[in-house]
Design a binder for this molecule. Structure first.
Ligand SMILES: *Cc1c(COP(=O)(O)O)cnc(C)c1O
Length: 360
């Protein structure tokens, strides 16, 4: 127990407790809500996409009063809008700011460090709760440095594991809130978990098999080194965008600062159905591209470049997309894969072991 609990702290970049539930990410969302909030509490959320909308619906079902800052699904949360809203809230009615770090539905990230700075500038005591489900272990994420109160994640994205583990990394402030909040809970109760966790045990049967997998996933991430893992994801994402731009297609995310290192959502040209295109790629090349979810269904497809992914796996995926565009008769400029290849080559110049040996 201790090995995975302490290892998880390194991945969240926190010295505080990390709780591991046998659950999906959705369960870990619920745990964050029921341990910190009370019915009728006001919270501020941002409509960054499909997952932010689902989390918002869940909070409403728990009787939380959610103010949802509308969004166009093409960028992350705007720190200035959050600051402005909190600055108006002189009575401190807002109990929590809840944002999704990496919107898996759009390929846009929210700048959590800047949101923290905005909250501090507004001198607002609200809790900061962040869904880091599809970013943890892939995009740089700093629970302690960004003073996040609850970071929520799960096993089947950056941890490269099957589904079944849900995570809450919690701050002292969040733990204090859990001692006075009024939501009922039992399975999700943090204190029930933290007591046995202190000795490396769990209050009920954990997902044992997955914990063995988690131990290995953490070892893999730390062996590569988190800064290298983050740089690899940035590199693959940049090469993907280079290919998309060359094809003459549009990346859904419009704010370069918010480009996701984890996945890229691509807009289909008007008149072409993204799901038809995905079907052609699946049938011809046995490759499953991500679909557009709810508001962007049929309009976008998504290329994942997270976890166990390197230059060659990415280039294979991009090749499948380019061949698919051709087979499906979608207008595009050929040669995107070549551009991606060049982008990946350039980034390695100067640090190849072979070049160093030759230099000697
Ligand atoms: C996958 C995902 C979820 C949902 O996780 P489940 O394990 O399916 O419950 C929530 N938020 C984001 C950002 C996700 O990518």
């Amino acid at each position: 127990g201790r090995t995975v609990l302490e290892g998880s702290q390194k991945i969240f970049q926190t010295s505080g407790p990390v709780i591991i539930f046998p659950s999906s990410g959705t369960g870990a969302w619920e745990a964050a809500i029921v341990n910190t909030l009370s019915p009728g509490d006001l919270v501020l959320m941002v409509e960054t996409g499909h997952f932010a909308t689902l989390w918002h619906n869940m909070a409403k079902r728990w009787g939380v009063d959610v103010e949802f800052i509308p969004g166009d699904w093409r960028r992350g949360a705007d720190p200035a809008a959050i600051e402005q809203r909190l600055a108006q809230d002189t009575s401190h009615a807002v109990k929590a700011v809840m944002v999704v770090h990496n919107e898996t539905s759009t390929g846009a990230t929210s700048r959590i460090g800047e949101i923290r700075t905005a909250m501090d500038r507004a001198k607002h005591p609200a809790l900061l709760m962040v869904d880091t489900i599809s970013s943890l272990g892939s995009a740089d994420y700093r629970h302690d440095e960004w003073k996040v109160d609850v970071s929520i994640s799960c096993s089947q994205k950056g941890f490269m594991l099957p589904p079944g583990l849900g995570f809450n990394a919690i701050s002292e402030k969040a733990r204090a809130a859990s001692k006075t909040n009024k939501m009922p809970r039992s399975y999700w109760d943090w204190e029930e978990m933290l007591k046995p966790n202190a000795k490396g045990f769990f209050p009920y049967t954990p997902a044992t098999n997955l914990l063995y997998g988690l131990r290995e996933a953490i070892a893999m991430l730390l062996e590569e080194g988190l800064p290298n893992v983050f740089a690899r994801h940035q590199r693959l994402a940049a090469a993907t965008r280079a290919a998309v731009n060359h094809w003459g297609l549009e990346v859904l995310c419009q704010e370069p600062k918010d480009f996701s290192p984890v996945l890229t959502a691509v807009l289909m040209p008007p008149g072409y159905d993204a799901d038809e295109f995905r079907k052609i790629v699946l049938e011809n090349y046995n490759m499953s591209l991500g679909s557009g979810l709810s508001k962007v269904a049929g309009k976008v497809f998504r290329i994942g470049h997270l976890g166990e992914c390197n230059e060659l796996t990415l280039l294979a995926a991009l090749t499948g997309v380019e061949m698919g565009l051709s087979v499906a008769g979608v207008p595009h400029r050929a040669g995107g894969v070549d551009v991606a290849m060049k982008a990946l080559e350039q980034r390695h110049q100067g640090n190849s072991p072979l070049l160093k040996v030759v230099g000697h």
